[in-house]
Design a protein around this ligand. Structure first.
Ligand code: NAG
Ligand code: NAG
Ligand code: NAG
Ligand code: NAG
Length: 967
């Protein structure tokens, strides 16, 4: 060392050492000096307190030295904490308080300070402020400015600006990391601020006992971390539906009581996995109590009294004291007893009319007939108590005519004229044997009139869209007198209507006269919607088959060429409890069957998964991976699923991490070319993931094992289209609007094929969330598969999206050559595909020799083979920054596929915005049917990232549109 470092101070080392000692000595000796400004503020504080003797040590010497409850930085010059809890201080906070510019924490619990709160503006280090239960009577409007670090703020029980009320200034949004916000009983007024929805880390929000008006802002759906949410007793004036709370997947405590909330209780509330304490009492809630409360495993308290709830009282597994339900309109007085079939049907009927308060308010929920005041208005019965007529003409009803009316087996007359009913006349009504009269004049019904027998007098006049025509959702359509077009759209199924406007929660003992139906109605209702979705998709498909010549819009809405069931299931999936990421384990024991919850959560019980996979039998095995075995299963409705069951040895550490990561990633990502997660199950040591089933297996089977499996080899066209599908999936992963994901394990065995060989990327266990842009790399534990790893990743452990591009290049080479990335049966020099193939790139002759012999190399294919080979080379160059991005790859491949199959490009099709609820998706489809071409393109562009980011695509679409139109 000395020879390398001729440092001049080498010889003076002892001197430096002693200097150090000296300084150290000095620093110990010197009394620290509090920053003069901080000292000034504390002195003002001391003066503004009326019982200063409680502040022991204050006033003498230096604050950082001897004043109790004052905590300073290590070096002792800046005040960082005022821990004043429980001192019983009276008086005020000083006006210059915000000059304590290094303050991080202030705790005032157990004091009695009063007067105006000083501004806290600019306290950018402040993380924690406990200011509750004082007597502060005003707050300056700049109080929240610049509180960038704030995480916990409590202000409850202060009469702040109590006479005029106040609203939280939007400055508070600067505290973007806020986790706890307690503002109960602080005289807040006006609407609840929409911007509270931006506090995505919020864990606790308490704003009870204020004077808020209006509803729960829709932005609150973003509060997925929220565990405690209390806004009870807001001067009994908060109103509107409570649906948004089902998106708060972490909710444990939900207090909404003593307000004016209305509408049904969404079934998703009962299925919130952590919900323990749910108080909805004393509102205007209507409809049936969702059955999901009965199966909840977490629920300990449910207060429902003082609403207008209908149907049976659910049977819960919680103690009597903790379940209150008096003062509703339940059909039976005993817990768990179903309504009579007639009452169930009537409740469904009312549900489809959105529970009109003009009818529900006066009804007692059980008396159908008779002249008593609590009987349901407009209903008459025969001597046996069977409903024989419903007459609700001119009652300002809106909503749909319920198919459940078909269960009122004695019904003779249905009089609903002069209302504002939409939807269709349910086909089911034709089964009513005694029906003689239907009067639906002057409503807004559409669709075909079911064929009632001649004995039924049907009056449908004054419904502009009734008959053979569906309504025109867009005005632009009105000037296209295209009857053949209408013809194709007229078969709007009744499903159409039930999904159209009713919340997914309509009580539905539809089509069932069983009393049990009412008990499980909420769950059924949601399932009904799902079934409808399937029916609708089938309907669309069938229609496609039979009505080839039709509006170009419909053509653009084609599902992918294949009829893969993925479409259906995909839209039913939505969001899965993000708390799973935090390792909170929920069991799915209680779920008796598949439950499609309103929030879209699909919890699947272990029992069901056992039964559909034949108790995980060997015959059902689809494949095996590092972390588990994948089984095939078939649900009762015929849906085939793939169930990945983790090996029990993996249910910890790395395996568990991947399980959680996969759920976390797949709930964020939805794309036609990414395999959809349908649900999951965590129970005991079992960890299972349920995916859409991909009937044709993995790409690697078709590429490498086709002989053994007796498959036919993939043609070049197929390989191209698979490559394009995969590229699109990966492009989407990389290029999500706000975030970017790196797959890290792209390889043929993770590429699954559905009908028509449409490919989807799977296995997201290693996916890494990356900062946007290629410049950023993420350092990770090395994972992935040898042969596919980009060199920089293998060497440094740093991944970028370009590492995926490398792996994709390897896959292209495999598609070209039919050889595996790492083929140990080959001699040393050709074992590693990338090295071997890149050597052959320069020379067309040797290149064509390396092409898979199963590919027909001819005039038609050779050109695109060359292009793909070049692309593969480009993707696998050593320097990551020289590799193309997936957008470029998609462009190149799309160009080639287009040459082959011009009509295939239309498959860019309907973008399904996965943030939409199922009914919304359905609605969008319906609406799209009537929309103009350009707006279709726009909507596809906004929901499928890849479309909007690619300039070449719209022209491709337009071209296709022309060709489809001409057919
Ligand atoms: C509270 O009242 C004071 C005095 O009336 C006023 O200056 C201040 O802006 C009010 N604060 C808020 C946040 O409205
Ligand atoms: C609201 O705060 C005041 C003090 O400002 C207190 O007297 C009152 O009891 C509190 N109300 C509730 C419901 O806690
Ligand atoms: C009743 O509810 C409280 C509060 O949620 C809970 O602590 C308690 O365990 C519940 N009791 C029963 C019997 O479920
Ligand atoms: C009828 O319903 C439609 C939507 O369903 C609504 O826009 C319209 O205002 C309603 N008309 C009346 C008179 O209530």
């Amino acid at each position: 060392m000395p020879s390398l470092c001729p440092c001049p101070w080498q010889n003076t080392f002892p001197l430096v050492l002693s200097l150090c000692f000296f300084l150290h000595f000095c620093s110990m000796k010197v009394i620290s000096v509090t920053d003069p400004t901080d000292k000034l503020v504390l002195q003002s504080f001391l003066e503004s307190v009326t019982n200063p003797t409680k502040l022991s040590g204050w006033g003498n010497g230096d604050p950082c030295e001897g004043w109790e409850n004052v905590i300073c930085t290590g070096t002792g010059t800046r005040v960082t904490q005022l821990q004043l809890k429980g001192l019983g201080l009276e008086g005020r906070l000083p006006a210059n308080f915000n000059q304590l510019s290094s303050l991080e924490q202030i705790a005032l619990q157990g004091n009695f300070l009063s007067g105006p709160l000083p501004s806290f503006s600019g306290l950018s280090m402040l993380t924690t402020a406990y200011l509750g239960s004082q007597n502060f009577n005003s707050i300056p409007s700049d109080f929240f400015k610049g509180l960038k670090s704030l995480q916990i703020l409590t202000l409850e029980h202060n009469p702040i600006n109590s006479s005029e009320g106040w609203s939280i200034p939007a400055d508070i949004t600067e505290a973007s990391g806020l986790t706890t916000l307690v503002l109960s009983n602080t005289s807040l007024s006006g609407p609840i601020p929409e911007f509270f929805g931006s506090f995505t880390n919020l864990n606790e929000l308490r704003i009870s006992y204020n004077r808020f008006v209006g509803g729960i802002p829709s932005s609150f759906r973003n509060l997925s971390q929220l565990s405690i949410f209390k806004l009870n007793n807001n001067a009994a004036s908060l109103s509107g539906p409570i649906d948004v709370v089902v998106s708060m997947a972490s909710l444990k405590v939900l207090w909404l009581h003593v307000n004016q909330f209305s509408g049904p209780i969404p079934s998703g509330v009962g299925s919130l996995l952590s919900l323990e304490d749910c108080r909805l009492n004393d509102n205007q809630l209507v409809g049936i109590v969702p059955a999901t409360f009965s199966t909840s495993e977490s629920l300990k308290t449910l207060y429902l009294q003082g609403n207008q709830l209908l149907g049976p009282i659910p049977k819960l597994s919680i103690g009597n004291d903790n379940f209150t339900y008096d003062g509703n309109k339940f059909c039976q007085s005993e817990v768990g007893v179903a309504c009579t079939p007639e009452v169930s049907s009537i409740i469904s009927f009312l549900g489809d009319l959105n529970y009109p308060s003009s009818l529900v308010t006066s009804w007692d929920g059980q008396t159908l007939c008779g002249s008593t005041r609590q009987a349901l208005r407009g209903v008459t019965c025969d001597a046996n108590g069977m409903v024989i007529s419903i007459n609700l003409a001119n009652n300002q009803l809106s909503g749909l005519i319920s198919p459940a009316l078909a269960n009122l087996s004695s019904l003779t007359a249905l009089i609903l004229n002069d209302n504002n009913l939409t939807g269709t006349i349910p086909e089911s009504l034709t089964t009513l044997k005694f029906l003689r009269k239907i009067d639906v004049r002057n409503n807004n019904l559409y669709g075909p009139v079911p064929s009632f027998g001649t004995q039924v007098l049907v009056n449908i006049s004054g419904n502009p869209n009734i008959g053979e025509t569906a309504p025109d959702p867009s005005p632009s359509q009105e000037n296209s007198p295209n009857s053949s077009n209408d013809q194709t759209r007229n078969i709007v199924p009744s499903s159409n209507s039930s999904s159209g406007s009713s919340p997914s929660d309509t009580p539905a003992s539809k089509n069932s006269s069983s009393p049990l139906a009412a008990i499980v109605s909420a769950v059924i209702a949601v399932l009904v919607v799902a079934v409808i979705a399937i029916a609708f998709v089938f309907y669309k498909r069938r229609k496609r088959k039979f009505f080839r010549v039709q509006s170009p819009n419909t053509a653009l809405l084609r599902a992918p060429g294949s009829g893969d069931e993925g479409d259906i299931v995909k839209v039913t999936v939505n969001k899965i409890d993000p708390s799973i990421e935090n390792g909170i384990h929920h069991t799915c024991n209680g779920a008796q069957n598949m439950q499609l919850f309103e929030a879209g959560n699909l919890l699947i019980s272990i029992q069901l998964l056992r039964s559909v996979t034949n108790d995980f039998s060997q015959e059902n095995v689809l494949g095996e991976g590092g972390f588990g075995v994948v089984y095939k299963g078939e649900l009762e409705d015929g849906t085939v699923i793939a169930v990945k069951r983790m090996l029990s040895s993996m249910v910890s550490g790395k395996g568990l991490q991947e399980f959680q990561s996969e759920i976390a990633v797949l709930t964020k990502l939805r794309h036609r070319h990414l395999v959809a997660l349908l649900g999951y199950c965590m129970e005991g040591n079992e960890r299972l993931l349920v995916y859409e089933y991909m009937p044709l297996g993995t790409l690697s089977q078709h590429l490498f094992d086709w002989r053994k499996l007796e498959l036919s080899p993939l043609s070049w066209e197929r390989r191209l289209s698979i490559a394009l599908d995969v590229a699109r999936g990966v492009e989407y992963l990389h290029g999500l609007a706000h975030e970017s994901f790196i797959h890290r394990d792209l390889k043929p065995s993770n590429i699954l094929l559905g009908d028509g060989f449409r490919a989807k990327v799977s296995d997201f266990g290693l996916v890494k969330h990356a900062p946007k842009g290629d410049k950023h790399s993420v350092e990770t534990r090395l994972a992935g598969t040898f042969g596919y790893l980009a060199p920089e990743y293998a060497v440094t452990g740093r991944v970028t999206t370009k590492s995926d591009v490398f792996s994709f290049g390897v896959i292209l080479m495999e598609l070209l050559t039919g050889r595996k990335a790492l083929d140990e049966s080959q001699p040393e020099e050709s074992m590693h595909l990338v090295t071997w193939f890149r050597r052959r790139l320069g020379n067309e002759g040797t290149l064509f020799e390396s092409i898979d012999s199963a590919i027909a190399v001819n005039d038609g294919t050779s050109q695109s083979i060359l292009v793909v080979a070049e692309l593969a080379g480009h993707c696998t160059v050593r320097e990551a920054y020289n590799r193309p991005d997936m957008g470029h790859v998609v462009n190149v491949l799309a160009g080639l596929v287009e040459q082959w199959k011009p009509s295939d490009v239309a498959e860019e099709e309907e973008g399904i915005d996965m943030h939409m609820t199922l009914p919304q998706v359905l609605k969008k489809w319906q609406i799209s049917e009537g929309l103009s071409m350009s707006s279709d393109l726009m909507s596809a562009g906004t929901s499928v990232t890849s479309v909007s980011s690619l300039p070449s695509r719209p022209s491709g679409l337009a071209q296709t549109f022309t060709s489809m139109d001409g057919r």
